[in-house]
Design a protein. Structure first.
Length: 70
């Protein structure tokens, strides 16, 4: 199982830094947040809770890490 680093769209320097730091690392994907609109707040339990954590992390520190499911 790998890791995905999601970087906020306005954090291009951070994205470049992570890519440079983790070059050659196996099972790691670094990508920009591709969503165009802010997510709606719904009550969809566990899946939405995980997305809410990612959203909060992107707002607070500019990036988030999630496990890639196989």
């Amino acid at each position: 199982m790998g890791l995905i680093f999601v970087v906020a769209r306005d954090q291009v320097a951070r994205w470049e830094g992570l890519r440079a730091s983790l070059v050659g690392a196996e099972d790691i994907l670094i990508m920009m947040d591709r969503r165009k609109h802010q997510r709606r707040k719904t009550d969809r339990r566990e899946a939405d809770r995980r997305l809410t954590d990612v959203d909060a992390s992107l707002r607070a520190i500019g990036w988030a890490v999630v496990e890639q499911s196989s």
